[in-house]
Design a protein around this ligand. Structure first.
Ligand code: PT1
Length: 276
């Protein structure tokens, strides 16, 4: 068990914080060796911290459209050794991207200070696990499951419906005893939304301020960036940094990204303009 560490003060930072994405999912070239994946994650973490990441988000379940669920044992085996290794080696805040109550509890014991749940603590036991862990929580809007969400895009007003959903989840979290200052919200770009709906959410992101919680956004390398730029997934860093800057301008507190250096530079340019 590693020493618990403090999460950043999202609102007091005075600038959007950069959350680097660390996938603890096996890639097709790996033989599944755990040591290998911990080594690779540590090297990737070091590079992101050098590039200016403020915190790192470790996830062992892919939630992109069409992704299959992963067994809890497998998710634990992927995520916990990585969080333990990062917590032992770096002093940056760590986040865990999971919907599983067991993974939440074990990740916090291993050193995570933020639970990032795309299912907004809706799994049985997740609210209780998050509340008793005492750490911060990010709740995101989505519909259905990654396997079927692509078809669930009927909204009359996507922004109003995302705000209603997040407002209802905030109520449940508060009722479960999670204090307001530990909660972040996320509109869930790419989760049960069309291209048009994703960009409507970005254009009107400021409306989420009514929830009175720091806003986390994740658009990095997603299909919305690919469709806007015509670029394949490995060439979306510039488009993603532009989207992150637009979100910063509209009040985003945390930017969840793969390309930390590109995002840092885009945010620096935006801040220089703001400071003038
Ligand atoms: C996110 C997010 C996440 N995204 C938070 N956590 C993913 N808080 C994982 C595509 O359209 O936005 N916020 N954890 C990754 N999920 C996706 C979804 C990846 C859509 C790709 C797409 O390409």
């Amino acid at each position: 068990m590693n020493a618990p560490r403090a999460c950043p003060d999202w609102r007091q930072a005075g600038r959007p914080l950069i959350m680097g994405i660390l996938n603890a999912t096996p890639d097709s070239f790996s033989d599944g060796g755990r040591f290998d994946s911990v080594e690779r994650a540590t090297a990737a973490a070091e590079a992101m911290l050098e590039a200016g990441a403020d915190l790192l988000d470790v996830g062992g379940e892919s939630t992109r459209p069409g992704a299959a669920p992963v067994a809890e044992d497998e998710e634990l085996a992927r995520v916990i050794p990585v969080i333990e290794a990062l917590a032992a080696r770096f002093d940056c805040p760590l986040s865990v991207d999971t919907s599983s109550p067991m993974v939440m509890t074990r990740a916090v014991e291993a050193g995570a200070c933020l639970i990032n749940d795309v299912r907004a603590l809706r799994r049985p036991g997740a609210l209780e696990a998050a509340a008793s862990s005492g750490v911060s929580v990010c709740v995101m809007h989505m519909r259905g499951e990654p396997g079927d969400m692509a078809t669930r895009t009927e909204y009359t007003d996507v922004v109003a419906e995302v705000i209603d959903y997040l407002g209802a989840r905030l109520g449940c979290l508060r009722e479960a005893g999670i204090p307001a200052e530990r909660i972040l919200v996320d509109p869930g770009f790419g989760f049960a939304k069309t291209h048009e709906q994703n960009f409507t959410l970005l254009r009107r992101l400021e409306e989420l301020a009514t929830l009175d919680a720091p806003i986390l956004v994740g658009m990095s390398r997603k299909r919305m960036i690919g469709e806007a730029t015509g670029q394949p997934v490995d060439r979306r860093a510039v488009g993603s940094a532009a989207a992150a800057m637009l979100a910063a301008e509209r009040g985003a507190a945390v930017l969840r990204v793969h390309d930390v250096e590109a995002t840092r530079d885009a945010v620096s340019v935006w801040r220089a303009m703001r400071a003038a």
